[in-house]
Design a protein around this ligand. Structure first.
Ligand SMILES: Cc1cc2nc3c(=O)[nH]c(=O)nc-3n(C[C@H](O)[C@H](O)[C@H](O)COP(=O)(O)O)c2cc1C
Ligand code: SF4
Length: 429
């Protein structure tokens, strides 16, 4: 299991508040600590009341893109259909980040309660919790918790004596990076080979088996449960006005690593301080990789950037998988960018040609720059290619896959120019 980092006592913990339980599958203990109180309140409200509370909370999805959760729930609830589904995305596409698996292992009931509330809000009778197949302990605990929750009537044939039926299944899934993308995940759950689909229609309108489907990251669902219990107003006291609440971050620095629950709006400096990366004496990190394999590489001058969806996007990074890595003081950012771009080009599904070919060309440029054989036009080529890729993709991967190289262009230009020097000299001859 991944270590939980110690956070200041003043930081609220709507996601991992019960994470210290001796046995996270012990339903009685979880209920004593508040589990399923949110669901009890939700079923007393009509579904529109539940969606209104989630809207008032300003909850945004924790799977990376930060969409407003209430918009999805409203669309799914109001699209005419014979059936609706809830899919909890616990895949954790970034193989090095264990935020979602950590939540499932430490408090499976928080996810199950969120699933039950979402299903009640949109009128779904079936829900699937997708978990990476290799996360065997998370799957074991979730299955045990689902059995106990069904026996107690929180899910199953008659949820809390309302007459509402909800069958919830854990589905171990295994595949490539793109499997975390919602339209790919939905196809995999249908037993089909997946590549992203054009949107609209969004899954909330036409998703699993063509029916309205709310696809929600597991953290988003745990937060929905907390909001129903504690109220939207209290949720809004955490985080920032545009990004209320907390989020799980997998933090790594030279001094250590672990998962922490962090109020949105906390600076990257403070978050890295949880592993001593910005507080110990010694050289500060040279760069910050924020967002996982398709993350932005930011300079240490941006340590005071608030960790929110919009601030990170402005800085050229993104929340992505919830990973923040502080590099060593002597890291070679171009080698890092090469490694990440190789990952992104290998994982691009190939459906859209500019993404498939463009990310491969970006990788080749990085390879030759690092090998000391750059071409005079390489800097321009990185800029032009990245702009072409971003303009023409089918899913978010095209935009994100260019971030490692474009952030080096933006923030580490002297280092790039030094590596481009052989080409400049050759051109001058
Ligand atoms: C390449 C790629 C990988 C993704 N991987 C994940 C993932 O592992 N888990 C996740 O929740 N969302 C992932 N997403 C985002 C999902 O497509 C989707 O937006 C999310 O599951 C919706 O839930 P949310 O609104 O609660 O964030 C990924 C997106 C892309 C483009
Ligand atoms: S943008 Fe890239 S990853 Fe997304 S569908 Fe197109 S080729 Fe696949």
């Amino acid at each position: 299991m991944t270590d939980l980092l110690k956070t200041p006592a003043s930081w609220p913990q709507p996601i991992l508040g019960r994470a210290g339980a001796k046995d996270p599958t012990d339903l009685d203990a979880a209920v004593k600590a508040g589990a399923f109180e949110g669901l009890r309140i939700a079923v007393r409200l009509a579904p529109p009341g539940v969606i209104a509370e989630i809207r008032a909370a300003g909850l945004r999805g924790r799977g990376g893109a930060g969409f407003l959760t209430a918009d999805k729930w409203h669309l799914a609830a109001t699209t005419p259909a014979d059936r609706r589904y809830v899919v909890a995305n616990g895949y954790g596409a970034d193989p090095a980040t264990r935020t979602d698996a950590t939540l499932i292992e430490r408090d499976p009931y928080a996810v199950i309660e969120g699933v039950a509330i979402a299903a009640w809000a949109i009128g779904a009778d079936t829900a699937i919790i997708a978990v990476r197949a290799t996360e065997t302990e998370a799957i074991r605990r979730l299955e045990a918790a689902l059995g106990a929750a069904e026996d107690a009537g929180f899910i199953g044939g008659d949820v809390l004596d309302t007459g509402h039926e909800l069958n919830v299944e854990v589905r171990p899934v295994q595949g490539a990076y793109m499997l975390g993308e919602e339209t790919v995940l939905l196809k995999a759950l249908e037993g089909r080979r997946g590549q992203p689909e054009q949107r609209p229609p969004h899954p909330a309108e036409r998703g699993l088996f063509g029916r309205p489907t709310v696809v929600q990251n597991v953290q988003t669902l745990a937060l929905a449960a907390w909001i129903m219990h504690e109220g939207a107003a209290k949720f809004r006291t955490i985080g920032t006005p545009d990004a209320p609440g907390t989020i799980l971050v997998h933090v790594r620095g030279t001094g250590g690593a672990g998962v922490a629950e962090v109020p949105l709006g906390t600076t990257i400096r403070t978050i890295l301080g949880l592993v001593g990366a910005t507080t110990r004496t010694g050289p500060p990190p040279k760069a910050l990789l924020v967002g996982g394999p398709s993350g932005g590489i930011l300079p240490a001058d941006l340590l005071d950037t608030p960790y929110t969806f919009d601030d990170l996007r402005t800085a050229g990074a993104h929340i992505g998988s919830g990973s923040i890595v502080a590099t060593a003081a002597n890291a070679d950012v171009l080698e890092l960018a090469e490694l990440l771009t190789r990952f992104c080009s290998t994982e691009a599904c190939g459906k859209t040609i500019p993404c498939r070919i463009g990310t491969r060309r970006l990788e080749e440029i990085a390879v030759r720059i690092n090998a000391g054989t750059p071409r005079p036009t390489d800097a321009d080529l990185i800029g032009d290619l990245s702009a072409d890729i971003v303009a023409s993709g089918l899913c978010d991967h095209e935009r994100l896959a260019t971030l490692p190289m474009t952030s080096v262009m933006r923030y580490f230009r002297p280092e790039l120019d030094a590596k481009l020097q052989p080409a400049a000299e050759q051109a001058a001859r």
